[in-house]
Structure formats: C-alpha cells, structure tokens
Design a protein around this ligand. Sequence first.
Ligand code: GRF
Length: 224
Amino acid sequence: MHPENPTAVPTVVFASGRGSNLAALLAAQQLGTLPIQIRAVLSDKSKAGALDIARDAGIAAVSLAPRQFADRRSFDQALFDRAAEFSPDLIVLAGYMRIIDATVVATWHGRMINIHPSLLPKYPGLDTHRRAIDSHDDLHGASVHFVTAQLDGGPVIAQVELPVFADDTPDSLSARLLPLEHRLLIASVNLIARRRIVLGPSGILVDGQPLTAALRLRADATLG
Ligand code: GRF
C-alpha cells in the first residue's frame, strides 16, 4: 500500500528507453493526482534511462537480457515472473520495444496497456512518425490500448491527435507528440486505476457502458 494513498493501484512499468513516459507517470503519482503506486520498472535493456529514473525515485529497477534465454517465450516468462513478484494490478508498457509472447500476454489480459505513437489501427510497429509523413497524413497522434497477442492491435482506449506540418521531420513530429503522449497516458491510467475503464468480454467499458470509439484527449488533459 502507498503510505499516502491506501487505494493506490499497484503498478509495474516496462520500458526499453529513456523513460519520459515513466517520469510523467511518476510525477503525477507524486503530485497525488494519479492513484497508482509504481512498484517496479522492468526492462530488456540494462542501460535504459527508465531504470535510472526508477532508481532515483527509490523504485525497484530490474533488467534481464534476452540473449541469455533460449527463446522469446522463456525470456518473457522470466521477465513477467519478476514483474509478478511486485503483485501489480496494472502493467504499463511505456516505450517497451519488444513483442511479447502470446501466452504471457494472455496471463495479463485486461491488466496490461501500451502507449503507441500512432493513431491506431494506422502504423502498428516501428517508425510511425516517418510512415505518417511519407503517407502525407494531415493528422498523426498516439494511442493507448489494452495489450493483446496482436502487435499494437488490442482494443484502443484513448487517442490524441496532432497536425502534421509540411516541413515536419520524424524528429520534429515526435518532439511535438511526446508531451501529448504523457498527458494521454496519465489520463488513461487515471481512469483505469479508478476502475472507470475496464476490458470486458466484449470490449472496453467506460463507466459500465460499451466504448464505441476511442476516447480523445481534451485540452484540459481529461478524456472524453
Ligand atoms: C514513446 O514515443 C512511446 O510511444 C514509444 O516509445 C517512446 C518511449 O519514450 N513506444 P520514453 O522512453 O517514454 O521517453
């Protein structure tokens, strides 16, 4: 239990990179506006910046090296076994850059979300900013979705859009999108932590009602 918030939802974050989404979640948790308790950060990269952010915050930081395992499933099983030691009710993939074995994913059905930098179902996988520019899209964005065995293909909870400018590069687009991703992830985690969003047998429910289209991030950083 979190000392300041006894109802805080035990949460584990998976990240492969710098960890700006993790930092945003932590900041919101520490402000008391997000009822989660991040108990551990797990990574497939021992040098991930996200692990340093966790250590600086006094949170368990765990990494395992995929090359030390015989195959994907045994690595994923080992990493998720480590995650399970922290008894999370929620796993957030925040820049976790590996495909996860379907059997392992199934164990966490409805309890694991991912943030992906595109307007899914457009551009699952890598290099999303370049693909949006190359396709001359007017709009780009990010999505938060429940994780299923299909890569970046689980039910979408919420999205944020931003315009693509004629002179945008993948770097400029990604830099403009990142702060919006942070707000989108915090707002999505907030509703999940408060049990206002759940994944039911036939799809996402918001306040008990079926979600027919992904929620949108509003200017005031709430979802609607
Ligand atoms: C984000 O753009 C996320 O959507 C993508 O990887 C990036 C991670 O950034 N999957 P960070 O490590 O959270 O800073």
